[in-house]
Design a protein around this ligand. Structure first.
Ligand code: ZN
Ligand code: ZN
Length: 276
């Protein structure tokens, strides 16, 4: 089995898709990140970026099985799911995971509600894939596939969200989006997932100047992410979940300022691949 590890960004935008000439370079699709561990495909969130990932998986004969891990079910993170082409593939095995939706109805119920009258024309049961739903409690350690460990923690976000840390072949990637970091000291749950990680992907919706008008909204600034990355001893930090109001010119400025403030800090954009 290959021990390569690859991160590919399919959607990096928060809140709502914002395609158009002003966002063409960083991308307008909402959150979807693929983490390949050898041949195994882990998908984090099913925002609109998952549509293109679905095409790629259909065209790629390896890695037929897939698992989707939700941070939470706000629309920007789940709205692409009905358009994920492998759902229609006979024999496709697909795991759908979420933390902390219990004791409410759980992830199966959330997906059924998304794909039901009057919101969507057909139900999830109309698709051919073999879907397994998995509810867990944020904080649990998961072993979705041989050789892969997923650590999880609850994140500070309205309605709750789950952060993940993927560990494979001696490397680690943390996916922490939709969380309000503040200026520190930082939450121990998020910090535990990010500590000494090779790559952290973190909510950087705003700038420090924009934060006061958005307190309690459950998001962070890129400056807070830079401080958090330093405190955690993480190597590479990827700024993620960009505000739809921030066009490419704005994101270029964020990218330059963030790289200057903290080396090995990058702005995530659609199509960006990071090999570990
Ligand atoms: Zn979001
Ligand atoms: Zn959210």
């Amino acid at each position: 089995m290959s021990s390569s590890m690859l991160i590919r960004f399919w959607g990096v935008r928060g809140s709502i898709p914002c395609p158009g000439p002003g966002t063409a370079r960083y991308g307008g699709n909402t959150p979807c990140v693929e983490v390949r561990c050898g041949d195994q495909v882990l998908i984090f969130d099913a925002g609109t970026g998952i549509r293109d990932l679905g095409h790629a998986l259909i065209n790629d004969k390896s890695g037929r099985d897939a698992d989707i891990f939700f941070t939470h079910c706000h629309l920007d993170h789940i709205m692409g799911l009905p358009f994920f082409e492998p759902l229609s593939r006979e024999g496709q095995k697909l795991g759908i995971w979420a933390g902390s939706l219990r004791p409410a109805a759980g992830i199966a119920d959330a997906v059924h509600r998304l794909m039901s009258f009057p919101l969507f024309p057909i139900g999830i049961e109309s698709f051919h894939a073999n879907i397994q739903f998995h509810d867990f409690c944020a904080g649990e350690k998961l072993g979705p596939r041989p050789g892969i460990t997923l650590r999880t923690a609850a994140l500070g976000h309205p309605g709750g969200a789950t952060g993940y840390r993927v560990e494979f072949a001696g490397r680690s990637v943390a996916y922490l989006t939709d969380l309000e970091l503040g200026d520190g000291p930082f939450d121990e749950g998020a910090m535990g997932l990010a500590r000494d990680a090779d790559v952290i992907i973190v909510d950087a919706t705003y700038t420090d100047e924009e934060i006061p008008a958005h307190l309690g909204w459950g998001h962070s600034s890129w400056q807070q992410v830079a401080k958090f990355a330093d405190a955690a001893g993480a190597k590479k930090a990827c700024l993620f979940h960009h505000d739809p109001a921030h066009d490419d010119a704005f994101m270029d400025k964020v990218a330059a300022a963030a790289a200057k403030a903290r080396p090995d800090t990058v702005v995530a954009r659609e199509g960006l691949c990071i090999e570990l």
